[in-house]
Each structure stands twice: as C-alpha cells, then as structure tokens.
Design a protein around this ligand. Structure first.
Ligand SMILES: [Zn+2]
Length: 325
C-alpha cells in the first residue's frame, strides 16, 4: 500500500520517502513506537517501494514486486519474529545463510525483525557483524515497542524512526469512514494506541457486549446498587467478559470522563455519543467532583485487581462506594 494510505506518522513517512528519493537509504532502521502505530505496515511499504517497478519513492501496490512483498513470497525479503521468548542467534545465522545463497545477486536484500528488543545479545552481535560487512547490500528494519532496549552498538548504527500514537480523533475518523459504527469506534480509539489495534478492538465480538454491560452497570450503580452487583456477577465475572474485565473498567472510566465533559458543555468530545440523552440528564444532577471521584474509584479498583484482589469483592465495593441519589 502507498505511504499516503498509512494513517498518521507524517514525519516517519517523510523521512523514508526522502531517503528513497535521494537514494540514501540506511543499512538499518529502527522503527520504534507503540503497538498498532503502523510500524509493520510502514516497513512493508518501504520494502515494496525499494523494489517497486512503477515508483521510486513509493509503493504502487500493484506491480509484481509489490505483490510479492505483500504476499510474503519475495525472494529477497525475510520477516523474523521471536522464536518463543527471544530472537535467537540461530535465527539470525539462518537468515544470513539463506540470504547469501539467493540467486538475485544484483538486488538489495532486506530483513525485518519484529519485536527486535527480544534479540539475545548473541543474536544482536551476529546481526551487527552482518550490518558492518563492507559492500553488502543488505538492509535491516528493526521493529520495536522499546528502541531504547536495543544494544547501543545497534542503535548507533541505525537510523531511528519514531512512531507516535495516532490522536484518537484521527483514528476515529478513519474507522468511521470504513463503516465501523460510532458507538464502537469512539470508545475503541481511546483504549489502544494505534489504528490497527483500534480497528481490531472495535470489531471484536465481545467488545460490543463489554460496552453494553458497562453502560448497564454505570446506570444501575447510581440508584439500584443491589441490581448492579448482580449484573456484575452474572454478566461481567462469568463467561467471555471475565477475561476482559480490564477493558470493561477502562470503558467505565471513559464514561465518567464523558459525564465531566457534559457538565462543562463539551458535548462534541463525548465518547458514548448515542447515550447522550440520558447521560446529559444524569450528569447535571451531580457536582463535577462526583464524576471525578467515580473515575478515581474505578482506577483504584483496576489497580487492586492487578495486584490480585478478588474481582467480585472489588467490584461490589466500587458499586456500593459510588454515592448515588
Ligand atoms: Zn509496485
């Protein structure tokens, strides 16, 4: 896919296209940024652009070379990911042997290492030797959530490209254009860092249910606390949603934030836009401090559950702790 179709990451795309245009590609790149921020897609486009038959500073996405890269069967490209917990020296050696036997001697050879921070020291050193070989036409793209965790010797030999989390508004616009309904797209973009992750979350089967159970809990916790406790027990702590308790609580925090936004008249920023009617009526019955306190209480419960507190007790404390009318 062409660079312009990758959402956000304008600086990263500009640097890479400049390098392509001026034929000053580095031997190694570090794409550092949060999961879902487009590192993989950008690596794919960069590799396509290098081989593309139609364009010099971009990928057409249509030619034979672009398609081979996209389908993972380009002879000069290798993708590596951790084998178990780490990227091992055997994997790097295998790669070197493999690529040095390739017939197409004239072409640049490229390998992309995903989760590069998981390279063992030996693997990283082996990689370094590879990068330093004079006259070699090999390029490495290291994808990582934490570039600082890479060996300094690798960092100093590679061109660093930062991937920033896309702003939620930008991601939401993209998802809405793709036809994902606003009630799912809007909360999803606030919970994850990148468009790919937001798309996946908003389309997950359990996510719509998580959202509706949270809304039910939020409503019941204000007045019918015993009912809310039963809802938590029956709908949240059993079945699929039990695995996603953290997300349900995140959704609840967003709901409390919405209540504060409504109090300050910032309805455009509301996430649960389809619930605006009853939320508006309810929001104004309390002081802003009430909703802020609710948000803090949910965060506290999240923390306790992370430290292995009993989820059911913690949720009950939360429900009965929210001072309803
Ligand atoms: Zn092409």
């Amino acid at each position: 896919m062409p660079f312009q179709d990758i959402s956000g990451q304008h600086l990263a795309k500009r640097i890479l296209q400049n390098h392509l245009r001026s034929k000053t590609l580095s031997h190694a790149y570090i794409f550092s940024g949060p999961k879902g921020s487009g590192r993989k897609q950008t690596a794919m486009t960069l590799v396509q652009a290098i081989y593309c038959q139609e364009r010099t500073d971009d990928a057409c996405g249509e030619c034979v070379e672009c398609r081979r890269v996209a389908h993972g069967n380009h002879p000069d490209v290798r993708w590596i990911e951790p084998d178990g917990a780490s990227v091992k020296i055997e994997q790097v050696r295998e790669l070197q042997k493999d690529l040095s036997y390739r017939a197409s001697a004239s072409q640049k050879k490229i390998y992309i290492i995903d989760e590069a921070e998981k390279m063992t020291v030996q693997a990283a050193n082996s990689l370094l030797k590879f990068l330093e070989e004079p006259g070699s036409d090999i390029m490495a793209v290291l994808l990582t959530e934490n570039g600082q965790a890479l060996l300094p010797t690798i960092r100093s030999r590679a061109q660093w490209i930062s991937f920033v989390p896309a702003p939620p508004k930008t991601m939401a616009d993209t998802l809405l254009q793709e036809g994902i309904p606003a009630p799912l797209a809007l909360p999803a973009v606030h919970l994850v860092a990148g468009i790919a992750a937001a798309r996946e979350l908003s389309q997950a089967e359990w996510f719509a249910e998580a959202r509706s159970v949270m809304l039910q809990l939020a409503r019941e916790s204000l007045s019918r606390k015993t009912v809310a406790a039963i809802t938590a027990q029956q709908k949240l702590l059993k079945g699929t949603l039990a695995e996603h308790l953290g997300t349900v609580l995140d959704l609840w925090i967003l709901w409390f934030k919405d209540m504060v936004q409504i109090q300050f008249g910032r309805n455009d920023d509301v996430v649960y836009i389809d619930q605006l009617d009853w939320m508006s009526k309810t929001a104004l019955t309390k002081e802003p401090g009430f909703w802020v306190a609710g948000m803090e209480q949910v965060m506290e419960v999240q923390k306790r559950i992370r430290f292995n507190a009993n989820p059911q007790l913690s949720l009950e404390n939360l429900i009965f702790g929210i001072q309803g009318g």
